[in-house]
Design a protein around this ligand. Sequence first.
Ligand code: SF4
Length: 368
Amino acid sequence: MSDTARQWLERIRALGLRRPVKIMNVCGGHERCIGQAGLRAALPAAIELIPGPGCPVCICPEETIHQAIRLALTKTITLVAFGDMLRVPVNAPKGEIRSLDQARAAGADIRPIASPLDAVRLARRMPERQVVFFAAGFETTTAPVAAMLAQGVPENLSVLLAGRLTWPAVAMLLDTGRAAFDALIAPGHVSTVMGPEEWWFVPEKHGIPAAVAGFSPESLLAAIWSVLRQRIEGACFLDNCYPELVRPGGNPGARRQLETVMRVVDAPWRGIGSIAASGFALRDAYRAQDAEARFPLPAGAPRKRAGEMPPGCDCARVVLGEIYPDACRLYGRACTPRAPAGPCMVSDEGACRIWWSSGTRSGVARVG
Ligand code: SF4
């Protein structure tokens, strides 16, 4: 740990906290940094750091994954997706395909990509095939998809979009009284794109301290110190502890492209249900690139169980910050990164995988 991080720790310890404080983050990058730097063990016991809705792969609706599997199994289609999505398990009767990885093993042409540009290049290389880009992600991942479409794509490339906004999930938790936190660490990358203003509602409407943090122990500890100070002084505001990259208004170019190509709609989150104004959908002008319009479900096709996690999997409660990953009965037993039972153990941004990879086996205090 750097000298600066140690100094922040000293400042936090000097606050002399007596009552427990629960601080939620909503970013897989934050959770990974917390785990790798061992911040939970280093902080005073009164401070609980709770991972919240910070993994877009974990909440991608089953229905959309089923649709991706269906498209991938179509002979004329090549499906591309970010690597995490390939292993996400869905509910399916025994013997049926349960993930894109299994579809690939069954002969589907599925390729992992690292960026939207890879999808464009592949579509250009294979003009005889239909290429479907399964694009699941939060604002930071969805903005480059919007940029790709705004710039124009080959006719044989379409997008199966599962883009989501992060702040509406936090707003839903606060509006419905389900929030299990006293302060919020707001996501740095999302704020870089969308602007920190999106998070003003946390202190202004709900009187809860908030701070935007970057992806280093120093920035996270500065944000933790800020929200604790805000609580102690009884003065809530949104602090920017990532000023190197987070500017008022975010990235105007990226926001303009999102606005041009997509509209905001109510959207389902796996295991949670529909959250108002939390999803991106393609505008009518981009309907020709919409995979759902280009390859509609056949009439009478069964609707899959969009809202459900696999049996016994507590990902929904983990994502909402209601329990820690190791409170799930399957954690480390029937569910490990090698054989994940639920989506939170698949993705690099999933709390269960991050905890397991950081060496947490059991014994952390429970939320609640
Ligand atoms: S440990 Fe596995 S089954 Fe349990 S919540 Fe996490 S991903 Fe789901």
